[in-house]
Design a protein around this ligand. Structure first.
Ligand SMILES: Cc1cc2nc3c(=O)[nH]c(=O)nc-3n(C[C@H](O)[C@H](O)[C@H](O)COP(=O)(O)O)c2cc1C
Length: 347
């Protein structure tokens, strides 16, 4: 990006104060990109602090799903998605990023500290900026056409670059196991009144609401004949998308697994999920996570042994061609970004 390079050179020539201001402005734009990230039930469990030339990404524990996500795993994965978007935005500007993940054991809500640095810029990552706004969780009918091996390979390397184990479910045995365990988990969840109550709280029929899953982005409840069930968000009978989602074991299915099972592994898992998802969008493919089987403790253990993952399964992702699906809302930046100047003043 020659124009950006020229402006970076001009900033450097103008002195450290201008360079610091440019870094801060880039971090602010990274915060804007972070907010567009996907999150479980669109809870957006994050807040950010721009303090001098450091952007802090923080968990907002009040937005954790206490029934579905008692350990905060999906919350951390959602934060990982936000972190990846911030990194993409910086890379797209030609800015190197220093990212310290979980930097303070005494402050577990501090998920990452990001600064602009002389670190090499990952142009492959920066290229994904163009699709941050277009990426969606697509719960529509996916086409039966096989996803080309070349595309599968690109998605596999995108997610692997983030340090997780990536499995492409190829054998009949693995696909069937994933389907059976997803069905089992989905049935256990839907029969749990506490789960249903929590789900209802995050379904939105209000076009003004800035979080939650809008009914317009959910299939209409009904008999869907899915091998791998799509979570039924339509608790009000107002789902705007066709009931039939055709979620089949014949489709392209990935499972991402963490190396360990600690918050840092979940964060990396979220970065990998969003990188795969943006890469799919850039290649013209729809994607959607299916996480019921890894939310229920028992089926998660069974997934691990059935798929023989090295670490812990974090998310299954369905990829394919599908019609467009509506955008979901986000909270405004001013509600979640606190801005402080280097001399400690709040802005
Ligand atoms: C960690 C994580 C888990 C998710 N699990 C599911 C899921 O099981 N089923 C589903 O339909 N969507 C799932 N989603 C998608 C979110 O509901 C979606 O990202 C959110 O509603 C925002 O919509 P958007 O992705 O279209 O911007 C998940 C997203 C994340 C980040």
């Amino acid at each position: 990006m020659p124009e950006l390079d020229a402006s970076k050179a001009a900033d450097a020539a103008a002195g450290p104060a201008t360079e610091a201001a440019a870094g801060r402005a880039a971090l602010r734009r990274a915060a804007v990109a972070a907010v567009r990230a996907p999150s479980v039930h669109n809870t957006q469990p994050w807040r950010m602090v721009l303090d001098g030339d450091v952007l802090e990404l923080r968990a907002d524990g009040r937005r954790r799903l206490t029934v579905l996500d008692p350990d905060g795993r999906q919350m951390m994965m959602s934060l990982g998605c936000a972190l990846l978007n911030a990194r993409v935005a910086l890379a797209a500007e030609g800015a190197g990023a220093q990212v310290d993940r979980m930097p303070d054991a005494a402050d577990p809500e501090l998920v990452a500290r990001i600064t602009v640095s002389d670190a090499p810029v990952d142009a492959t990552l920066g290229a994904l900026a163009a699709v941050i706004e277009e990426r969606r969780a697509n719960r529509r009918r996916f086409e039966d056409d096989a996803v080309p091996e070349e595309v599968i390979g690109q998605l596999e390397s995108a997610a692997s670059a983030e340090g997780v184990q990536v499995l492409v479910l190829r054998s009949e045995e693995d696909r069937t196991a994933a389907a059976v365990l997803s069905q089992r988990a989905d049935a256990m969840q839907t029969s749990d009144p506490a789960y249903q109550e929590e789900l209802r709280a995050w379904i939105s029929t209000d076009a003004q609401r800035a979080d939650g899953v809008p009914v317009t982005a959910a299939p209409h409840a009904g008999e869907a004949h899915d091998d791998i069930p799509i979570r039924v968000f339509d608790t009000e009978g107002q789902g705007g998308l066709p009931t039939e989602t055709h979620s089949s074991i014949r489709q392209c299915l990935f499972v991402l697994a963490g190396r360990g099972d600690a918050p840092g592994d979940w964060l990396r898992g979220g970065e990998a999920l969003e990188r795969l998802w943006l890469e799919a969008a850039a290649l013209g493919y729809a994607a959607s996570p299916l996480t019921q089987s890894v939310e229920v403790r028992q089926t998660r253990l069974q997934m691990r042994s059935a798929l023989r993952t090295e670490g812990w399964p974090l998310v299954m992702v369905r990829v394919g061609k599908a019609p467009a699906t509506p955008a979901t809302p986000r909270r405004p930046l001013e509600d979640l970004l606190e801005e402080r100047t280097a001399d400690g003043e709040q802005q």
